[in-house]
Design a protein around this ligand. Sequence first.
Ligand code: EPU
Length: 421
Amino acid sequence: MDKLLVTGPCRLNGTVHISSAKNATLPILVATLLCPYPVKFDSIPELMDVATIIKILESMGLKTSKNGNELVADASHLDNQHADYSLVKTMRASVLVLGPLLARYGVASVSLPGGCAIGARPVDIHLMGMEKLGAEIEIENGYIKAKCTKLKGAVITLPFPSVGATENLMMAAVLAEGTTVIENAAMEPEIDDLADFLISQGVKIEGAGTSRVIIHGMDIKDLKPSGKNYRVIGDRIEAATFIIAGIMSGGDVKVTDFNPKHLTYVLETLTKMGANLEIGDNYVHVKKSERLKGTMIETAPYPGFPTDVQAQMMALMSTVEGNSIVTETIFENRFMHVPEMARMGSKVTLKGHSALIEGVDSLSAAPVMCTDLRASAALILCALNAHGQSEIQRVYHLDRGYEKIDEKLTNLGAKIERVKG
Ligand code: EPU
């Protein structure tokens, strides 16, 4: 298992280019299962989670060819509608294959993803929606066994705006008979990007990015390649991580190639805390500021404060003046970074779903262990700020979702060494 040795404190300076969004890439690659022809992409990030989804799709017969960040995915001839536990257990987003397989073949057998470090994360909303579209679903031996003659458009009201359920149902609805309306849909930019991808293949979708998404079902033969390579949006969570890194280091960092509008709430919060940010069309320039002040945040579905930036924000809050309060409302167990951050001197008291963070004057290096993707990012942020050399173990969590993070930080002046193991 690789580990990172990070020596701090350091001031970051320069420009960092943001990769395409992991959480948009995953559903979009799954959506190629609907397309009976090769689809070309020019910005697929090199991430463990992307490699995992490609492996699952290949197990269904998808053919891929890759050249750097370019990828061709060809689902002309699929021969398997089964997603095996051995693959699904490593990544929950695998359950997204259910919708397109069911829509295209009328049958799918997909392993239930099982537990997850940050919360129980059931898939009941996905299954309820598929049933509304006319699927018969049974849970057998740990697998979701779904079948239908032909899915039929329906009005589906989600009890919670689940990102994954919205994506799964959008993909299923593409090949359903008639129109599907998803009410209380998730509004995350990644949903909008999935819709843009499907629209580029000839699908008619309205309202993506709002709470009411309308998908007009069509025949598979009417899907058409766009003729252009598809470019996935920039990763707003990676961007937020680098913006916070820049602020914590007191440096001058331009974070570019993403849409700052996707981070409105985060940027407003940082500005309110005292950050000096220049916000452009496709970049945020972090400039030197006075020490920031504490604040309160509560995670919420988009456009609220993203749960995927909560841990990184707590790293920042550990170093600002005064107290902060963070309330996590999306996942029930997303404070696993707290005991690790405490090892570096961060002062956090947990009470239920909330955390009280007392800002300290300085953090100190320590050996720490990553527990999940965003927790790992928070630990790197603390280590960059801490005095001395921190050893960050289990960085495979980080490699799931941050493309070349050590290289990008090194280019900004950080002292990071990856020890292969
Ligand atoms: N939920 C249910 N039932 C369902 C679906 C969801 O109870 O059928 C609950 C979950 O247990 C969770 C909440 O609803 O407590 C939110 O889940 P959601 O379905 O919205 O999330 P997701 O699709 O599983 C995506 C991202 C996550 C991100 C969340 C919330 C991908 C691949 N993953 O997960 O990303 O935290 O939305 O924004 O898009 C990450 O990148 O680190 C990450 C965890």
